[in-house]
Design a protein around this ligand. Structure first.
Ligand code: URA
Length: 210
C-alpha cells in the first residue's frame, strides 16, 4: 500500500476552512467538493489511457483517451456521497457503484448494509471515496471486497487520515495494489474514534444532521 499526502497551499487553505467549527453545512459541502477535485486530480495520475489518432483542424496527431473498461468510482455511504460530484467532475464517464458501510460506535467494527456494483471487477481501476480514514476498518473491509471481485488497482481518496488508520491499512493491505490519497495525516485518533484535530463528524457536517 502507498500513501500520498497532498502538499499544496490551496489544499491546506480549503482543509483549514473545513476544520473550522464555524463553517456551516453549505460552505462545508462546497469546500469538500473543491478539495475532492484537487485530490482526484492527483489520485488519477495513473489512470489507464490509450493512444488514439485524432484530426485537429490543422493536422493528424496522436492523442490520449481513457481506456475501457472505464474506472469505477465507489463512494462509501453516507459521507462518501458528499465526495461524488467532486470526483465525477474529473471523470464524468466513470461508472459509479455504491457501498453502504456502517461503523459500530462501541466496537468501531465496520459492516456492510448495501452493495450496488458489478460482481466482476476484473482488470478494473477503482476509486473509493471516504472522507475520514479513522480506524481504517471500513476502508480495509471495502478494499478487500473490491479486490476479491477482481479489482487490480484501488485508490482510496480521503479528506483526512489518522496515523492509526494508516498503520492498520498498511498492515492489513500489505502487498496489495492500493494507494491512499489524502490532504493530511492528522495527529491521532481519540477514544471516541474521532480524528484529532480533524473536522468532527464528516457526515453531520456535510448534511447538517446529528
Ligand atoms: N468519522 C468522522 O466523520 N470523523 C472522524 O473524526 C472520524 C470518523
Amino acid at each position: 500500500m502507498r500513501i500520498h499526502v497532498l502538499d499544496h497551499p490551496l489544499v491546506a487553505h480549503k482543509l483549514s476552512t473545513l476544520r473550522d467549527e464555524r463553517t456551516d453545512s453549505p460552505t462545508f459541502r462546497r469546500l469538500a467538493d473543491e478539495l475532492v477535485t484537487l485530490l482526484a486530480y492527483e489520485a488519477t495520475r495513473d489512470v489507464r489511457t490509450d493512444e488514439v489518432e485524432i484530426t485537429t483542424p490543422v493536422a493528424v496527431t496522436i492523442g490520449t483517451r481513457l481506456s475501457y473498461p472505464r474506472p469505477l468510482v465507489v463512494p462509501i455511504l453516507r459521507a462518501g456521497l458528499g465526495m461524488l460530484d467532486g470526483m465525477t467532475r474529473l471523470l464524468p464517464t466513470a461508472e459509479v457503484g455504491f457501498l453502504g458501510m456502517i461503523r459500530n460506535e462501541e466496537t468501531l467494527e465496520a459492516s456492510t448494509y448495501a452493495t450496488r456494483m458489478p460482481d466482476d471487477l476484473s482488470g478494473r481501476q477503482v476509486y473509493v471515496l471516504d472522507p475520514m480514514l479513522a480506524t481504517g476498518g471500513t476502508l480495509v473491509a471495502a478494499i478487500r471486497m473490491l479486490i476479491e471481485r477482481g479489482a487490480d488497482d484501488v485508490t482510496a481518496i480521503c479528506l483526512l487520515a489518522a496515523p492509526e488508520g494508516v498503520a492498520v491499512m498498511e498492515k492489513e493491505l500489505a502487498g496489495l495494489p492500493v494507494t491512499v490519497v489524502t490532504a493530511s495525516v492528522d495527529d491521532h485518533l481519540n477514544e471516541q474514534g474521532y480524528i484529532v484535530p480533524g473536522l468532527g463528524d464528516a457526515g453531520d457536517r456535510l448534511y447538517g444532521t446529528a
